[in-house]
Design a protein around this ligand. Structure first.
Ligand SMILES: Nc1nc2c(ncn2[C@@H]2O[C@H](COP(=O)(O)OP(=O)(O)OP(=O)(O)O)[C@@H](O)[C@H]2O)c(=O)[nH]1
Ligand SMILES: [Mg+2]
Length: 349
C-alpha cells in the first residue's frame, strides 16, 4: 500500500558577509594596526523530519526557500553576525536528491532528524587577518563566499493515516474520489476496488492526511475470503478508521448488523484493529431509504462510536464535516503518540 508523493523545490543558502577594512584609531594614534572584522557565515538550508506532517503539501505551495546572508564585518575587530538558517519541515521518511547530479543528500528516517542540504557561504576575512610584520596596513579584505544554490527533488513514500473500510459497494471509492485527487474506478458491483487507492486529503490551513480506500470486506475476510486478509494487514498500520456503511442497504430490523459483521472480521483478524479510533459513516443519504435508515442507525449506534456521520458521497453533502472530523481525530492521535514517545524517551534517558 505504497504511494509516492513527490515535488521539486529550489533552495538558496545565504552568502557569507564581506570582511571589513579598518584601522585602530585613538587620540595621538594616527594610524593604528588593522582591526577590520570578519564577515558572518551565511545561513544554511536545513531539513528537519517533523512527525506532525504526513505529506509534502507545504512544499507544493512554496517552491523557493532562502536562508539569510551573513552580515559584513565591522571595525574594532567586530565580526559580522551569522545569517539565520532556513528550516524546512518535512515528514519522517522524506528523501532529498540533488536534481542535477541525482545524489542523495538526505534520507530522514527518525523524528527530529536534520540535515544541511545547502551550506551557507563562509564570511570573508577582515583586514585584521592580513596584518603582518611585512604588511602593517593591509588595505584589503575578502568578500564573503556565495551560499550553495541548488534544485532538489523531494520524495516521500506515503503510508496511509486513514483507512476507509466497509462492505463492497458502500461508496468508499466514491468518497476518496471527492476528497482527494485520486480517481479510482467506481461501479455498482461488489469488489470494484482490487488494491487500495491512496490519496492526499487537505483540510484546514495547509494541513493534510493520507487516506486509503480499502477493497470491500466481507464475512470470512479474516480467513482469506473475498480479497482476503491481504489488506487488513495494511489497515493495521493506519491510525484512524473510517467505517462506511451503505445506509440504503441497512437491515431495518437490525440496522447494526452490517457494522457488527465487519467489526467481527477485523477483531478475528487482529483485536488491535478494534482499538483504533473508528469514525462511522452512513453513506447514500441522498436516497430516501438511506436517509431514513441512517436515522434509525444513529439511535442504535453505541455511544463510543457517535456521532454518526451521515453523508452522500455522490452529492458531497456532509463530506466537508466528515473530513474535518477525521482531521481532528488524527491530530488527537498524533498528539498522544508524540506525548508517549516523549515519555519513553525520558524513561530511556
Ligand atoms: N445514490 C448514491 N450512490 C452512491 C453514493 N456513493 C456511491 N454510490 C454508488 O455506489 C456504487 C458503489 O460505489 P463505489 O464507490 O464503487 O463503492 P466501493 O465501496 O468502493 O465498492 P468496492 O470497491 O466494490 O468495495 C456506485 O455505483 C456509486 O456510484 C451516494 O452517496 N449515493
Ligand atoms: Mg471501491
Amino acid at each position: 500500500m505504497k504511494f509516492i508523493d513527490e515535488t521539486k523545490i529550489r533552495v538558496f543558502a545565504g552568502n557569507g558577509g564581506p570582511g571589513s577594512v579598518s584601522f585602530y584609531r585613538a587620540k595621538f594614534v594616527r594610524r593604528g594596526p588593522p582591526d577590520g572584522g570578519n564577515g558572518g557565515h551565511g545561513g544554511d538550508v536545513v531539513v528537519v523530519a517533523d512527525p506532525q506532517l504526513s505529506t509534502l503539501l507545504d512544499l507544493r505551495y512554496q517552491k523557493e526557500w532562502k536562508a539569510n546572508p551573513g552580515k559584513g564585518g565591522g571595525d574594532a575587530d567586530r565580526d559580522g553576525r551569522r545569517g539565520d538558517d532556513c528550516l524546512i519541515k518535512v515528514p519522517v521518511g522524506t528523501m532529498i536528491r540533488d536534481s542535477a547530479s541525482g545524489e542523495l543528500l538526505a534520507d530522514l528516517k527518525i523524528a527530529g532528524e536534520r540535515a544541511v542540504i545547502a551550506a551557507g557561504g563562509r564570511g570573508g576575512k577582515g583586514n585584521a587577518h592580513f596584518g603582518s610584520s611585512t604588511n602593517r596596513s593591509p588595505q584589503f579584505c575578502q568578500p564573503g563566499e556565495p551560499g550553495v544554490e541548488r534544485d532538489l527533488e523531494i520524495e516521500l513514500r506515503l503510508l496511509a493515516d486513514v483507512g476507509i473500510i466497509g462492505l463492497p459497494n458502500a461508496g468508499k471509492s466514491t468518497l476518496i474520489s471527492v476528497i482527494s485527487s485520486v480517481r479510482p474506478k467506481i461501479a455498482d458491483y461488489p469488489f470494484t476496488t482490487l488494491v487500495p487507492n491512496l490519496g492526499v486529503v487537505s483540510y484546514g490551513e495547509g494541513r493534510s492526511f493520507v487516506a486509503a480506500d480499502i477493497p470491500g470486506l466481507i464475512e470470512g475476510a479474516h480467513q482469506g475470503h473475498g480479497l482476503g486478509d491481504k489488506f487488513l494487514r495494511h489497515v493495521l498500520r493506519t491510525r484512524v478508521l473510517v467505517h462506511m456503511l451503505d445506509a440504503s442497504q441497512l437491515a431495518a430490523k437490525d440496522p447494526l448488523a452490517q457494522w457488527k459483521a465487519i467489526n467481527r472480521e477485523m477483531e478475528l483478524f487482529d483485536p488491535e484493529l478494534m482499538d483504533k479510533p473508528q469514525i462511522v459513516v452512513a453513506n447514500k443519504a441522498d436516497l430516501p431509504e438511506g436517509r431514513e435508515l441512517a436515522k434509525v442507525l444513529s439511535k442504535k449506534l453505541p455511544k463510543a462510536y457517535r456521532p454518526l456521520y451521515v453523508i452522500s458521497a455522490a452529492t458531497t453533502e456532509g463530506v466537508q464535516a466528515l473530513v474535518y472530523a477525521i482531521g481532528r481525530k488524527l491530530d488527537e492521535v498524533r498528539r498522544q503518540q508524540s506525548e508517549s514517545d516523549n515519555v519513553s524517551d525520558a524513561a530511556g534517558a
